[in-house]
Each structure stands twice: as structure tokens, then as C-alpha cells.
Design a protein around this ligand. Structure first.
Ligand code: ARG
Length: 469
């Protein structure tokens, strides 16, 4: 039974019906659909568009449907979409009164409202999970404050860095993601319900009242835009894409740092996999999978943008294609952020290996050049002199730490005994005490700042527990 079949003389053919349906995936919206319908019915009753008794019967019927879906007593099936399903079930439970629910409403404003309710919860869940990830990174940073590790540019050892600073770099990225999700939550928290099919309605509805019931912060001001706007879904998928970008970088570091060649970190056995043929192998499948799933989220971003491109006003059925890409994005985002939080929590840091590695590759050469510059040698000359020193070390198989003072002084008379301490790994990192730099003090300040900013983002709704399964 279709909601719209009155105009037709023949039933829809089975293949067309299968092609057209969305229930198989929009059933996830059942709670949002019932919630929005209850609010709509209450408003209709308050405005005497239907009688208050009818409104009450409808609301009780709807709540019964929700309870039965959640207990498993009622299976969602046999309708074109979730809206038809809920309405059909209501009519079969309470009779003709149920047919009044759709007064002053269209599926167009209904689905736009359902999606906003659902996405709003999903943003809260994303914020909750990202906060956990930032907290885990902050904890590892706190522990890492005491250690030094190699910092890279071009994947070549560049300068020793504070290990805490390393983790905080990722915390900064995910803080920006948190910010992005909170900002878009505010922007999207606007209620389209009451726009009807496209042009509003002639019934004396009270949109402000419905807004309060559904806890939207505003109501839409243009019905044509309201029924066809899916910017909030594109924004969500974009924000998720950036989270995946950041995670994929952390994955890449994890894969490198846990390799035999680096050995900086060890993935705990519980989060590693083996090979079916090579018994010695311990593989980083989880980071590889997260890195790989980044591709599918980017794919969904291209997908939704392409669906929205060139759509004539107002609602078009193309918009039904907003759902699967969104649902898959949300599931991928949640599982990747959760598994990485667990992985980072459990990661073993091989601090001695990192410390040794931090001194390799003449990583304190910048400190030698800075030493000369601070004694009045123009930096460009200091750079050239240090280059000579590094070349001497390479030719004589020495390091900056094992090069005798005598040789330093032969290359430049400006060197004094104290140069021997500034080439050490620890002092090299400690010297970079500029705001945001790699000294322990600067890193500690960064840590406090990250924790402060993390605490500022509040999870608005149900503590981030997504109540749409
Ligand atoms: N399943 C549809 C969607 O997701 C619901 C809205 C249907 N509206 C319509 N005019 N056919 O967009």
C-alpha cells in the first residue's frame, strides 16, 4: 500500500518498487521519524488543526510503535520508506485517526527533519569519540614529556624533538576536527519541519512550538531551501574526511615506527595480526585498514557533492542518495576513531631506541650552526662551517657527539669547549624553548593548552551516546 496510490490505476511493478524503495537503509531513521511525528502531532492538536484527543491517540500510537521496534516485537519491513512504514503501522493500530498525522506535512520536510535529528546525534557521538582520542593522546604526551625522539622532515632525521610534542601534534589536529564538528552542529540545528512539500502550508501551524519540542535552536526561513538543503550532510562527510586524513597520517607513522627498521614503537599483540605463510611476521593490519578506509570516506564526499550539484529547486528524489553515503561514513568514522584510541592507549614506546635514533644523522647540526651564529658569525656562514663539520664526520665515520674539540676548532676558531654539550640530543631539544617548540617546558605548556581546549568542547546531547542504532 503506497501513500500516494489514489492517483494511479495500476500498482507499481515489482522491479520499479525495488529500485525506488529506501526502507532497506532509511529504517535507521525510525527513532527520528517517530520523534518528529510526535512533535508534529502535538502541535496539530495544540493548534486545533486536529482535535487534542486525536493528537493524543496518535502520539500514544507512535510511542507504542517505537517501543515495539526497540524491543524487537515489530520488524521494519514491507513499505516504501520509513515514513510510509510508521504511518502505515499507525493506521493499522489506531485506525482512521492515524491518517490525520500527515496533515500540514510532506515527506519532503519530514525526511529533511529526520536527517537533521539523526545527523545532530551523530555529531554528538563524533565529538564524544574525538574527545576520548584527544585525551588519550594527551596522556601519552604527558608520559612522553621525559623522552626525546627523532623529528623528521622529508622522512629524513631533522632534529631531536620532545616525544610529548609528537603526540600533541596529533592532538592539535583532532582538536580542530572537534571544533569543526561543534561549529557545524550549530549551523545545522535548524528545523525544516513546516515547509511541507516545498512552499509551506495554509494550515495555522506553530513551527516555534514544534521547534521547542525537537530542541532545534532555530526554524528555517525559506521552505524551498529547507526541503532541499543537504549541506549539513556534505559538511559532516567533509569533517569526517579530515579526521580520516589525520588518522591516516598517524597510521603511516605507526606503520613506519613499528617496523623492524625503525623499532620506535611496538604494537601490542592484542592489536596485531600474523601472516598465514610467514610464521615470523607481526603485521600492522589495523593501521593499514584505517589508512585504507580513508579512501572510502573521501569517495562518499565526492558522492554527496555530486548528488547535490546541479539539482533544480526544490526537492528531487536524487536526495534519497544522501543516506547510504552518510551512514557508511558515520560507521567508518566511529570504528576508526575508536580502534585508534585503543591502539594508542596500548602502544609500547621503546624510549631507548628513540633516544639513540634521535642522535643519528647529525640531527644536532642546526644547534652547531646556531651556536656559531649566537657568537656573532652570520648565520649563512655558520651554516657553511657546520656543513664542513658534518662532511668531516661522514668522511671519518664520526658523529657530532664523538668529534674531538680540536677538530671543531681547526674548522672554526670560534668554537669553545661548551660546544660539546650543545650537540647532545637532550640539550638540542631542550634548547628550542620558543612558544610551541620542543623543549620540555614548551611542550608542557602545549599540553595544558590542549587539555584546556579539549575541556571547552561540550557534548551536547545524551553524553554522545548515539541513540539511533
Ligand atoms: N525516501 C525519500 C528520501 O529519502 C523520502 C522523501 C520522499 N519524497 C518524495 N517526494 N518522493 O528522500
Amino acid at each position: 500500500m503506497k501513500l500516494w496510490e489514489g492517483r494511479f490505476t495500476a500498482p507499481m511493478s515489482a522491479d520499479a518498487d525495488t529500485f525506488n524503495e529506501s526502507l532497506s537503509f532509511d529504517k535507521k531513521l525510525y527513532r527520528a521519524d517517530v520523534t518528529a511525528s510526535v512533535a508534529h502531532a502535538e502541535m496539530l492538536g495544540k493548534q486545533n488543526i486536529i482535535s487534542p484527543e486525536e493528537a493524543q491517540t496518535i502520539c500514544e500510537g507512535l510511542k507504542g510503535i517505537l517501543a515495539d521496534i526497540e524491543s524487537g516485537a515489530l520488524e521494519i519491513q514491507g513499505a516504501e520508506d520509513i515514513h510510509s512504514f510508521v504511518e502505515g503501522e499507525l493506521v493499522s493500530r489506531i485506525g482512521d485517526t492515524g491518517k490525520k498525522l500527515h496533515t500540514a506535512r510532506s515527506r519532503n520536510d519530514q525526511v529533511a527533519t529526520d536527517m537533521r535529528l539523526y545527523v545532530r546525534d551523530s555529531i554528538d557521538r563524533a565529538i564524544f569519540l574525538l574527545k576520548e582520542l584527544v585525551e588519550t593522546l594527551s596522556d601519552r604526551a604527558h608520559e612522553g614529556l621525559r623522552y626525546v625522539m627523532p623529528g623528521f622532515t622529508h622522512l629524513r632525521k631533522a632534529q631531536p624533538i620532545n616525544c610529548g610534542q609528537y603526540f600533541l601534534a596529533y592532538a592539535e589536529m583532532f582538536l580542530r576536527d572537534l571544533d569543526r564538528f561543534s561549529a557545524q552542529r550549530e549551523r545545522m540545528n535548524v528545523m525544516p519541519l513546516g515547509s511541507a512539500a516545498l512552499a509551506g502550508t495554509s494550515y495555522p501551524i506553530d513551527r516555534e512550538y514544534t521547534r521547542t519540542l525537537l530542541k532545534f535552536s532555530d526554524i528555517s526561513q525559506n521552505s524551498l531551501d529547507a526541503v532541499s538543503d543537504r549541506d549539513f550532510i556534505a559538511e559532516y562527510i567533509f569533517s569526517a574526511s579530515l579526521v580520516m586524513t589525520h588518522l591516516s597520517r598517524l597510521c603511516e607513522d605507526t606503520i613506519l615506527y613499528t617496523s623492524e627498521e625503525f623499532g620506535y614503537w611496538t604494537i601490542p599483540d592484542e592489536y596485531s595480526t600474523g601472516s598465514s605463510i610467514m610464521p615470523q611476521k607481526k603485521n600492522p593490519d589495523l593501521p593499514e585498514l584505517v589508512r585504507g578506509k580513508t579512501g572510502r570516506v573521501y569517495g562518499h564526499l565526492t558522492g554527496i557533492l555530486t548528488v547535490l550539484k546541479g539539482l533544480p529547486l526544490a526537492y528531487n528524489k536524487d536526495l534519497q542518495e544522501d543516506k547510504e553515503c552518510f551512514f557508511d561514513t558515520e560507521a567508518t568514522l566511529f570504528s576508526c576513531v575508536s580502534i585508534y584510541t585503543a591502539l594508542i592507549k596500548k602502544m609500547q614506546l621503546n624510549v631507548n631506541v628513540m633516544f639513540e635514533a634521535a642522535g643519528e644523522g647529525y640531527s644536532t647540526a642546526t644547534d652547531v650552526a646556531d651556536y656559531l651564529a649566537k657568537k656573532g658569525v652570520p648565520f649563512r656562514d655558520a651554516h657553511a662551517i657546520t656543513g664542513k663539520i658534518v662532511r668531516y664526520c661522514i668522511e671519518h665515520k664520526l658523529t657530532l657527539q664523538t668529534l674531538p674539540l680540536k677538530v671543531f676548532q681547526e674548522i672554526s676558531p670560534v668554537f669553545e669547549k661548551d660546544v660539546l654539550s650543545i650537540v647532545t640530543v637532550r640539550l638540542s631539544a631542550e634548547g628550542r624553548n620558543s612558544v610551541g617548540g620542543s623543549s620540555q617546558e614548551a611542550t608542557r605548556k602545549n599540553l595544558y593548552s590542549v587539555r584546556r581546549r579539549r575541556a571547552r568542547t561540550v557534548v551536547q546531547h545524551r553524553h554522545g551516546k548515539n541513540h539511533h542504532p
